[in-house]
Write a protein that binds this ligand. Structure first.
Ligand SMILES: [Zn+2]
Length: 321
């Protein structure tokens, strides 16, 4: 339609009769009536009784904003959070809203304000929501698995008692950051061209720990593990039983266009920026949860839904599948 025609159409709108207005509104609204989505938590109906695994379960009222079920075999009641880290939290009717804050990566303060929780409670919820996601690691990946380590400064953020001298802003405790104990190694494996991520906080970077971190993620004959020449990686061929490729550090990307760990390194950069700038550092004891959160947020290029966050918190593996 030409601009002048549209202008006269708009001018004519004032003289429409009520029934004409109605017809116009119908013509402009989308053809399909909006589909009402079921409430997320109702969609998480348990298939079996978590107490006896019996499958004869019936609805049995609503408690704390959640559908309650009764098992016909053992006569015990449960809901979708029974047996998960969320089971003992109150105000479950707020889980939906909180999951949406997690999806967006909101700070504890922002999430607390949005959902109407205290800051302490929002922090506790964050870690309960992430607890089930920590073991959601890939299994037996097919392809080139780039493995590399990165380090995070050991942090006692939030602790009331420090077991080391305090660091002051603008300065450091004497010698801080120089000893091995000041840094926590984190192993990250990324599958080239696929969204799979395996990660683990290690006590020490050595062959035994690396093997334990990777053993479920690889599959002999299907996975090729690519690393730099660090001694911790040199026996993976034997300990994991998979094909391995090494490159000499210092020649990143220059001499070998196939066997590098650029994908894993990019992931490190993103992770570190988020933790150090976005979150202003995290306590070491919570680091596994933050790795899980990052894995969750980066799994789907099309974006994460709050339902994915909720399902994951309830223990269903959404990522790395
Ligand atoms: Zn039962």
């Amino acid at each position: 339609m030409k601009a002048t025609q549209f202008k006269s159409l708009l001018a004519g709108l004032a003289s429409l009769t009520p029934s004409q207005r109605k017809k116009l509104a119908e013509a402009l609204s989308p053809t399909a009536p909006p589909v009402l989505r079921p409430r997320s938590m109702d969609a998480l109906q348990p298939h079996a009784c978590p107490h006896c695994l019996g499958e004869k379960v019936v609805r049995n009222g609503v408690c704390d904003g959640l559908q309650r079920y009764l098992c016909r075999s053992c006569f015990r009641t449960f809901n979708a959070t029974t047996g998960t880290p969320l089971s003992r939290l109150r105000d479950k009717e707020q889980f939906d809203a909180y999951a949406d804050c997690m999806r967006q990566g909101l700070s504890v303060r922002a999430a607390a304000a949005r959902v109407g929780l205290t800051v302490d409670k929002a922090f506790r919820w964050r870690h309960r929501f992430l607890q089930s996601v920590v073991p959601h690691q890939p299994k037996g990946v097919v392809g080139l698995l780039e493995v590399d380590e990165t380090y995070f400064r050991e942090s006692q953020k939030g602790s009331r008692k420090l077991t080391r001298p305090a660091r002051y802003s603008g300065g450091r405790a004497k010698g801080a950051g120089r000893k091995a104990g000041d840094w926590v190694p984190v192993l990250v494996g990324r599958v080239r061209g696929q969204p799979y991520t395996v990660d683990k906080v290690l006590v020490k970077l050595n062959g035994v720990e690396v093997t334990a971190a990777l053993k479920d993620a690889v599959k002999p004959g299907e996975t090729v593990v690519c690393t730099d020449g660090h001694s911790a990686f040199l026996r993976l061929h034997t300990s994991l039983g998979v094909e391995t490729k090494y490159f000499v550090a210092g020649y990143h990307g220059h001499t070998n266009k196939t066997f590098h760990v650029q994908t894993a390194n990019n992931y490190h950069e993103q992770l570190k920026t988020w933790i150090q700038r976005g979150l202003r550092g995290v306590a070491t004891k919570y680091l596994p949860n933050y790795l899980a959160w990052h894995r969750l947020m980066t799994w789907n290029k099309a974006g994460l839904t709050s339902f994915d966050v909720l399902r994951s918190a309830f223990g269903q593996q959404v990522i790395n599948t």
